[in-house]
Design a protein around this ligand. Structure first.
Ligand code: MOS
Length: 729
């Protein structure tokens, strides 16, 4: 059991709970005496609130209170230091003043006895504004507010090398605002019990939400509990605390009653972050053999008056290819949109659209196969960090995926491949993401009923964390998975990581394994202690195997025997593990996408028909969950390539397609045939299980692979996402 459980195609252990509705999400909690909140949102994008008239709304049935900037309690801004993760992602506390920074900003919060009453009353709140001109998009933001340099990195002489090179590409790529749209919208249930704040929040980080709220409400962290048993996904939008959570907690304190707030879908587009708009200037140069001589990747992204996010588009560019001369820079420009935030694979997610499109353009300029160009510039040394990669199997990924795809049958000329009346295009792009690991605590208990439990204040956002923790405990303890109870999503448990950055797996596994081994050590002590069934033996001479403890004479006792003999309910072990080791390596995950599109010019029909991807993400812990992550990321990348864009009215900066009908994402009819090859090479430099994490890498590079395939089919080089049909006609 202990070997085969790692990598197994184990179905989600929480699957039956989700299917039967037993799994409870934040909004499923209904404390006694609950009230319901509904927001009133700014209709202007910049200016001030002149007056708020709540008289009519207060007379509506069931209304308890209406909060706004004149009567909202004074709270504290959180410091916003990333290492402590004490961040309200929109740094302004809600209702702090009468300034409006973006459309959809909270201007009032109505609390009533039912959701319907709160909503009805919210529409009766009258707000008068003094509106100012708003910057509706990145171009307007740069014009009105200029751009602010964020960071840069340079090596060699990128400009000189570019000027003297034989082959050059100089192009600008743009990507739009994309909005996180997890099925479950943000939700908060807050109650205060004897000065303690208890919150059920749809969050990717229970500890970080707890830390943030402790700052905002000036509480000791021990006075708070944050729960997130189940999360209907997050994609980065639920990494940090947003205004609705702060407002709901404050309202609950003022009213002395629990308050529930569920964000309406339209407000998912305003007050809880988005992937910012980017403009990326890429310049590449190569010699006649295709060896890169110079890379420059300069990005400016849209930001907000109430919080700056740098979309690190050049992050992957620094280390993906061998090139002595490079310049990366990032800048931001303020627009009157809500604060952007991390969205799945922030930086590389759209950064590799630019870099990998430019690589395709360079291959064409060189008359070289685009895969050959990548192979030629492969590096096992991360020149950005000036460290060797602990492992990088990108060349094998190229080999395996290209073979499965049939890339050698590609004819390079644009429009040269056909399937009947359809034009066929084949494109490819590399993908890349960091392999990270954070500090972690975990507790494991072997129990007198023959089961084991895991406790850790991390959470499962739908990716399979519950399941892989059970697998790792099963591996260490030699107990079947169905005898292991995984308890996460509770900030009172030992500190676990954010579910973000694709680091949860690499972070959690060593801590849980360490705690399991500590529990075994404790069990051996109990067995050998006076009163124990193996008294007279030293704990170090005992052997634990598959739920039993044995001594040198071959006497074997079970976990239950040991605990019953001592009158104990459990043998408990705890472990603390550190972040990524400082071992002289750079850690990354690598991969490649090959994409086939068909284009029917007569009816302007574009289809992505086939995707073959190979991913090097270290040891795969659960092949089903891992493949599922990559497939989901490929679909999301396809959406980013072809459909996703949050449209803002240029005149007033209001998002206009703020709903599931008009914010386009791929549907079943858009699905290609997807083949995911998981290379499955353990990287033991990062952790003892060799796992790197797999949540984000599959998104990176997808847009470029699609754009490159479209170019091959149509001859149209589209440098701004999404690639809507009008750009092909
Ligand atoms: Mo991911 S953007 O770190 O949830």
């Amino acid at each position: 059991m202990s070997q085969s459980i790692i990598g197994a195609e184990l179905p989600r252990i929480e699957g039956p709970d989700k299917l039967t509705g037993r799994a409870r999400y934040a909004a499923d909690f209904h404390p006694e005496g609950m009230t319901y909140a509904y927001g009133v949102y700014s209709t202007i994008s910049s200016g001030t609130i002149v007056s708020i008239d709540t008289a009519q709304a207060m007379k509506c049935p069931g209304v308890i209170e209406i909060f706004h900037h004149d009567n909202f309690p004074k709270l504290h801004r959180s410091p916003g230091k990333f290492p402590e993760e004490n961040v309200v992602d929109e740094k302004r506390i809600p209702f702090e003043d009468n300034t409006v920074h973006y459309a959809g900003q909270f201007v009032a919060l109505v609390v009533a006895d039912t959701f319907e009453h709160a909503r009805a009353a919210a529409y009766k709140v009258k707000v008068d504004y003094d509106a100012r001109a708003a910057a509706a998009n990145l171009a307007q933001g740069i014009e009105a507010n200029g751009s602010t340099h964020a960071n840069d990195s340079e090596r060699g002489d990128p400009e000189g090398a570019f000027e003297s090179a034989a082959h050059r590409i100089d192009a600008v790529y743009t990507t739009p605002v994309e909005t996180h749209n997890p099925m479950e919208t943000h939700a908060t249930v807050a109650q205060w019990v004897s000065g303690r704040l208890i919150v059920h929040e749809s969050t990717q980080g229970v500890i970080f939400t707890r830390n943030t709220l402790s700052k905002v409400f000036d509480l000791d962290p021990s006075q708070l509990e944050v729960h997130a048993d189940f999360i209907g996904s997050g994609f980065g939008g639920k990494l940090w605390v947003w205004p609705h959570c702060v407002a709901t907690c404050a309202a609950a304190r003022e009213l002395g009653r629990p308050v529930q707030f569920v964000l309406p879908r339209a407000q998912m587009f305003t007050t809880v972050g988005h992937r910012p708009e980017t403009r990326q200037h890429v310049r590449l140069a190569a010699d006649d053999d295709g060896k890169l001589q110079s890379i420059r990747h300069e990005t400016v992204n849209s930001s907000s008056p109430v919080g700056t996010v740098v979309e690190a588009c050049g992050g992957s560019t620094e280390g993906l290819y061998d090139c002595a001369n490079l310049r990366i820079s990032h800048a931001t420009a303020v627009t009157n949109r809500g604060t952007p935030t991390a969205m799945r694979a922030p930086g590389a997610g759209v950064g590799l659209f630019a870099l990998e499109s430019a690589m395709d353009e360079l291959a064409q300029e060189l008359g070289m196969d685009p895969l050959e160009l990548r192979r030629k510039n492969f590096t096992a040394h991360d020149q950005g960090a000036d460290l060797p990669y602990s492992s990088n199997h990108l060349l094998e990924a190229y080999d395996r995926a290209s073979e499965a795809f049939g890339w050698d049958k590609r004819t390079p000329e644009v429009g040269s491949m056909r399937d009947g009346d359809k034009m066929v295009g084949w494109g490819m792009a590399a993908c890349n993401w960091d392999a990270m690991r954070m500090p972690c605590d975990a507790r494991v208990a072997l129990r007198s009923d023959g089961t084991a439990s895991i406790h850790c204040a991390s959470q499962d956002i739908g990716t399979g964390t519950y399941t892989i923790l059970a697998q790792i405990a099963s591996h260490e303890l030699g107990l079947p998975v169905d005898r292991i109870k995984v308890e996460i999503g509770d900030s009172t448990f030992p500190h676990g990581p954010l579910s973000g950055g694709s680091w949860a797996t690499a972070t959690l596994l060593p801590a849980v394994a360490g705690a399991a081994r500590a529990a075994i050590a404790k069990l051996k002590e109990y067995a050998a202690d006076p009163g124990g069934p193996l008294v007279g033996t030293k704990p170090k001479d005992l052997v634990y195997e598959n739920g039993t403890v044995k001594n040198g004479d071959g006497k074997s006792v079970s976990i239950v025997d040991v605990l019953e003999a001592q009158g104990l309910v459990s043998a408990m072990g705890e472990a603390h593990t550190e972040g990524a080791p400082d071992s002289g390596y750079s850690f990354g995950a690598f991969g490649v996408h090959f994409v086939e599109v068909t284009w029917e010019p007569d009816i302007a029909h574009l289809a992505v028909t086939r995707v073959v991807s190979a991913i090097d993400a270290g040891q795969i812990i659960n092949a089903k969950a891992a493949r599922n992550q990559v497939e989901g990321a490929i679909v999301m990348g396809l959406g980013s390539a072809l459909f996703e864009t949050t449209e803002y009215d240029e005149r007033n900066a209001r998002p206009v397609n703020n709903n599931y009908a008009e914010y386009l994402v791929p549907v079943n009819a858009d699905m290609p045939d997807i083949d995911v090859i998981l290379l499955d090479h353990p990287d033991y430099e990062l952790n003892e299980f060799g796992a790197k994490g797999i949540g984000e890498i599959g998104l990176t590079g997808m847009q470029a692979a699609v754009a490159n395939a479209i170019h091959h089919a149509t001859g149209k080089r589209v440098r701004d996402l999404p690639i809507m049909l009008d750009k092909l006609m």
